[in-house]
Design a protein. Structure first.
Length: 98
């Protein structure tokens, strides 16, 4: 069995709540060198992930939602800056949420 390709994102509580309540199915990341290396291959094709782990803050016990990755593509109209738009498919698991 191949290893899963996992993308880890960290977000604040209000956006995390929207994710677990399924009010939003995507995350945006501004196009900057850090995100280019995380989200693009060396030939600038989008990386494909099996799962996206979205964590509310940094502690090991922080709330986390595991979602199926759908697609990674460019979008330019978010807040008038170029952004990556990460589309998510379905919730696979929710951890450490009361």
């Amino acid at each position: 069995m191949k290893d899963k390709k996992i993308l880890l994102l960290r977000i604040c509580a209000p956006w995390f709540k929207d994710m677990i309540e399924w009010k939003t199915k995507w995350r945006y990341r501004e196009v900057k060198p850090y995100w280019e290396t995380r989200l693009l291959e060396k030939d600038w094709t989008p990386k494909i992930f099996d799962e996206v782990h979205i964590k509310n803050w940094y502690k090991e016990t922080s709330p986390m939602v595991i979602m199926e990755f759908k697609w990674n593509h460019w979008i330019f109209e978010h807040e008038w800056k170029p952004h990556f738009k990460l589309e998510l498919w379905k919730i696979l698991e929710i951890k450490n949420v009361e």
